[in-house]
Design a protein around this ligand. Structure first.
Ligand code: COA
Length: 153
């Protein structure tokens, strides 16, 4: 029986670097966005929840396989942002595990509703996890259509 991989916040500077590196590689680099564009001020706010799933827990050079974050947005609501799974690990259930971690942490923080802006290609993924499309939202980098989605916890 395979065990559920560990998801937790980054702890060391090397883990934080691995965390942001995967975000950049999956969500920014393919659209020629500059290094640093993968970070937002909310990353450093105290209520923000960061989720990191490492390839190997016992290593000095950590490699991230999956990441995600949840930003409290007020009125018992949170927003899932920057979900990214390494291409070689996609489709193996890691994204589901990261979202489950963020939802559990959100519940523990008293959050009762999660919203997110999903890329069109990821809408089906979120639907499988119980999220429903509310409406089309923004167009990122002039080409990636997003959809506002919502789930009650
Ligand atoms: C979208 C993403 C986060 C999904 O993570 P993942 O680890 O590949 O997904 P999982 O393996 O946990 O899949 C969970 C379920 O969703 C399905 N699924 C995952 N990605 C899907 C997709 N793009 N389209 C349709 N179904 C998808 C899986 O088949 C699985 O279904 P099952 O339970 O019936 O087997 C990941 O593929 C990714 O990082 N993609 C590129 C970046 C991106 O689009 N991020 C989201 C920005 S909003």
């Amino acid at each position: 029986m395979s065990s559920v991989p560990t998801v937790r916040p980054p702890r060391t500077p090397a883990e934080w670097a691995a965390y942001y590196h995967l975000r950049y590689a999956v969500l920014r680099q393919p659209w020629q966005q500059p290094p640093g564009s993968e970070r937002v001020p909310a990353d450093d706010e105290p209520g923000t929840i960061h989720a990191l799933l490492l390839a190997n827990e016992a290593t000095e050079t950590p490699v991230a396989l999956a990441v995600g974050m949840l930003q409290p947005t007020g009125d018992r609501q949170g927003q899932v942002r920057f979900m990214a799974v390494a291409p070689e690990a996609a489709g193996t259930g890691l994204g589901r595990v990261v979202v489950a971690y963020l939802e559990a942490q959100a519940r523990a923080a008293g959050i009762t509703e999660i919203v997110l802006h999903s890329r069109e290609a990821a809408v089906r993924f979120y639907e499988k996890l119980g999220y429903a499309v509310v409406e089309p939202s923004h167009l990122l980098f002039g080409e990636i259509q997003h959809f506002l989605m919502r789930k009650q916890l």
